[in-house]
Design a protein around this ligand. Structure first.
Ligand SMILES: Nc1ncnc2c1ncn2[C@@H]1O[C@H](COP(=O)(O)OP(=O)(O)O)[C@@H](O)[C@H]1O
Ligand SMILES: [Mg+2]
Length: 242
């Protein structure tokens, strides 16, 4: 089991945000977390990353508390978190340097990972010269470059238009099926969750908790107009609204 959450509970001030969450995610699983705005999805990801210490319960990644610093975890946010004054290449370099990667390897690692996201030609570009979708691809390449075991993604495609979003979703599935990383992907877009996930964790709120976990075994590549796809989407929506 790659990731285990036991009784994770958290509050900010007097407000209970997460109550008694139990979750197990197997290695290589693509797991989506959906739920209404404010139910604690981002808080949950930050706890998994070790950025917040929960007030109760524990998080184990391969039997030890996870750490962002050690490079075990890659975090991709909704808005690209690229440094505007660095080129694409320098942005990736920054992450490698921070994790003490051997300098001689940097160029190869950068090349290899930019190829994975289809941006090898854009090494010398600055973030302002790239579209929103390209910036998110760079953010993904930057994280893949240090080869984390676990990828945490917090609504990474939410600010993209639907055409770009669909393209990035398909490319992410390609990447995942080649690399088999464990991914926890937060979205409030149910269509996105059904397209991507092997398992969907449905959260409820006040306080944030797990309402239901749904396994999705639709064949890939998934087709959004397929009747099973639509049925799955509808049943998840019903659980969220219940
Ligand atoms: N740093 C913080 N300090 C105080 N309250 C917070 C903080 N971060 C989040 N919250 C509150 O915790 C709840 C869950 O927030 P969040 O995890 O961002 O939800 P989601 O990502 O599902 O929209 C919200 O009510 C939010 O206002
Ligand atoms: Mg959030």
């Amino acid at each position: 089991m790659a990731l285990i959450l036991r009784g994770v509970t958290h509050q900010f001030g007097d407000a209970k945000v997460l109550e008694n969450l139990d979750l197990q995610v197997e290695e290589g699983c693509f797991c989506c977390v959906v739920g209404p705005s404010g139910c604690g999805k981002s808080t949950l990801l930050r706890i998994i990353a070790g950025l917040y210490q929960p007030i109760g319960g524990e998080v184990l990644l391969d039997d030890a508390p996870p750490s962002l610093e050690k490079g075990e975890i890659g975090f991709v946010f909704q808005e690209d978190a690229l440094f505007p004054w660095y080129t694409v290449e320098q942005n990736i370099k920054f992450g490698l340097k921070a994790r003490n990667f051997d300098k001689e390897m940097w160029d190869d690692i950068i090349q290899y990972n930019l190829e994975k996201v289809g941006l090898a030609e854009y090494k010398r570009y600055y973030p302002r010269q790239l579209s929103g979708g390209m910036k998110q691809r760079v953010a993904i390449a930057r994280v893949l470059a240090y080869n984390p075991k676990l990828l945490l993604m917090d609504e990474p495609f939410a600010s993209l238009d639907s055409i770009n979003r669909n393209m990035l979703q398909a490319d992410l599935i390609d990447l995942w099926s080649r690399e088999k990383k464990t991914i926890i992907f937060v979205t409030h877009n149910i269509d996105e969750a059904v397209f991507l996930a092997e398992r969907v964790v449905i959260m409820g709120h006040k306080p944030g908790r797990i309402k239901r976990i749904v396994d999705i075994d639709l064949p890939r590549p998934r087709n959004r107009t397929d009747s099973n796809f639509c049925r799955t989407r509808r049943s998840i929506l019903e659980i969220i609204e219940s």
